[in-house]
Design a binder for this molecule. Structure first.
Ligand SMILES: Cc1cc2nc3c(=O)[nH]c(=O)nc-3n(C[C@H](O)[C@H](O)[C@H](O)COP(=O)(O)OP(=O)(O)OC[C@H]3O[C@@H](n4cnc5c(N)ncnc54)[C@H](O)[C@@H]3O)c2cc1C
Length: 241
């Protein structure tokens, strides 16, 4: 999909900071100047975190919402970006440049497979919300099958479980699976490497496009797995953090 919007400098204000887990939270930035943004679901913002440093964060909200952007922040890396976002409070000002990047839907038809680790779900949430809104708004909008594989390490790291449960109830074409790499003894769900929990039939679905996002080692592992399973190169799209 062609990206035509040039990046601009924005100032914004924190209007929501909601903890999902001990290390992951949702931040909502209300745009002050300019007051609205145009972007494509999957793109990111480049945040000025002070001292001449910048960090990138995928927009987690739909592009239909133009006066605010949601971010999903994981502070586990512990560097300057994590410290900056940990210290942010309600009403603080945040400066950023956006929209950035070319990640997003590569095809307007066919099966969609999202594979994410932790906050790697952020660009996909934007793409999913956008698609769900289009489907609700336009009766003719293709009800594409959407498979989401979301992995975390432990039970305590899980977030957006309710969001996906609700979405799957409302939209039977959305199939979400949570995978834990290191579950506790009472976990009865999927476990192990996220890629090994994927439905094999997806690899022979010639309409399927696979989107992968998360830390670099996870992205590399999943992309290699897709290649090993003969997914065409043009159907594999990834954004490493
Ligand atoms: C295009 C893009 C989009 C991004 N979107 C998000 C987002 O939506 N939410 C988010 O929390 N972070 C996102 N990141 C990561 C973010 O930009 C910072 O790298 C992160 O906040 C760590 O910054 P830091 O200064 O705390 O640590 P640093 O000292 O700069 O980085 C420490 C190390 O952690 C790695 N890392 C960063 N994030 C992760 C992660 N989630 N999982 C595993 N390893 C990681 C980095 O590659 C780096 O090697 C994105 C990165 C890119 C390139």
């Amino acid at each position: 999909m062609e990206m035509t919007t040039k990046p601009r400098n924005f100032t914004s204000r924190v209007v929501l900071k909601e903890h999902f887990t001990a290390r992951v939270f949702l931040i909502t930035l209300k745009l002050l100047q300019p007051k609205t943004i145009t972007f494509t679901p999957g793109q990111f913002i480049n945040v000025d975190i002070g001292n001449g440093l910048r960090r990138q964060y995928s927009i987690a909200s739909s592009s239909h919402k133009r006066d605010e952007v949601d971010l999903l922040i994981d502070i586990a890396p512990g560097g300057p970006g994590s410290i900056y976002f940990s210290n942010l409070e309600h009403d603080d000002t945040v400066s950023f440049t956006a929209p950035m990047g070319k990640f997003g839907f590569a095809s307007q038809t066919g099966t969609i497979v999202f594979i994410a680790a932790g906050t790697g779900i952020a660009p996909f949430k934007s793409m999913i919300d956008f698609t769900a809104e289009e489907q609700a708004r336009r009766k003719d909008y293709d009800k594409r099958n959407v498979y989401v594989y979301l992995c975390f390490r432990h039970e305590k790291d899980i977030f957006l479980e309710d969001y996906f449960e609700h979405l799957s109830e409302e939209q039977p074409n959305v199939h979400a699976t949570i995978v834990l790499s290191q579950p506790g003894p009472t976990w009865t769900g999927r476990s192990g490497h996220v890629q090994e929990n994927m439905d094999d039939r997806l690899f022979s679905d010639t309409s399927a496009h696979f989107y992968v996002c998360g830390g670099t080692p996870m992205v590399r592992g999943v992309v290699n797995y897709l290649r090993t399973n003969s997914v065409p190169e043009g159907h594999i799209h990834f954004e490493p953090f």
